[in-house]
Design a protein around this ligand. Structure first.
Ligand code: ADP
Ligand code: MG
Length: 258
């Protein structure tokens, strides 16, 4: 029998701000290549959870429990090792790419910067080739010309593609996608979901896909964890969750889905 170690294993994670807990003892795991959806209404603690996984919460946060990523204890790892994992083993994309992109830096330089952060001695020609390949992979048009453009010269969907190219250039095993399609209209939303499904297939990427929208999650997640007021009230395979929801809150979410 082969036992697949989870890529990410979160146990009893509790997060408090100023003594007020916003995430209460949650546990979840993600297998290699698996997409876990995390659904819950605004304020339920989804983003606090995702920042904890990257160890990017402000020092004012109190965090207890354990997070293991490929066996590394994230909450106690020395900062230099954490910096190595961040962006190479685990990367993150957000709802509004404009807040994560530098408005006055050419997008080719921004994507290249992610690579240089982990491989500072990459020769210029190789750097350029890797940036162009990353832009092609995420479906950005005319990479050779457009790498000199600035974020404002792209649409919202294209900016999300730029962020995905940056996040994936170091081939992380886990992508945390925090409401990556929420700011996009429905057609563009579908295109970004298509892209994530393709990347997941080609790279055996694990994804933590966070959204307040169960309909969006159902299009990509293998399993879904339902979060309410900082607690995970139910975790199930996506089809099972829709067919036979166990928790009243899940039933409420399903009833309000379009
Ligand atoms: P979600 O992403 O599900 O909408 P969040 O994780 O952003 O929810 O927020 C959960 C709760 O934690 C909210 O009540 C929010 O106000 C609070 N919170 C989030 N970040 C901070 C912070 N840096 N300082 C204080 N409170 C915070
Ligand atoms: Mg959020």
């Amino acid at each position: 029998m082969t036992v697949t170690e989870p890529l990410l294993d979160v146990r009893d994670l509790t997060i408090a701000f100023g003594g007020k807990p916003v995430v209460h003892s949650i546990s979840l795991s993600i297998a290699p290549g698996e997409t876990l959806g995390l659904v819950g209404e605004s304020g339920s603690g989804k983003s606090a959870t995702s920042f904890a996984l990257m160890r990017l919460l402000p020092p004012s946060a109190t965090i207890t429990g354990s997070i293991r990523l490929e066996g590394h204890p994230i909450l106690t790892l020395p900062e230099p090792q954490m910096r190595t994992l961040r962006g190479s083993a685990v990367s993150m994309i957000f709802q509004e790419p404009m807040t994560a992109l530098n408005p006055v830096m050419r997008i080719g330089d921004q994507i290249g910067e992610s690579l240089l952060a982990h491989h500072p001695r990459t020769p210029r020609a190789e750097l350029r080739a890797r940036v162009i390949a990353a832009m092609q992979e995420v479906g950005l048009p005319n990479p050779e010309q457009r790498l000199r453009d600035y974020p404002y010269q792209f649409s919202g969907g294209q900016r999300q593609r730029i962020l995905i190219a940056s996040a994936l250039i170091n081939r992380p095993r886990l992508l945390i996608a925090d409401e990556p399609t929420t700011a996009l209209d429905v057609t563009v939303q579908a295109q970004i979901l298509d892209l994530l499904r393709k990347l997941r297939r080609t790279h055996n990427l694990s994804i933590l896909f966070i959204s307040h929208d169960l309909a969006v999650i159902s299009q990509i997640a293998d399993r879904v964890a339902v979060m309410q007021h900082g607690r995970i009230v139910e975790t199930a395979a996506t089809a099972d969750l829709f067919r036979d929801p166990q928790h009243p809150y899940t039933r409420k979410l399903l009833a309000s889905a379009p």
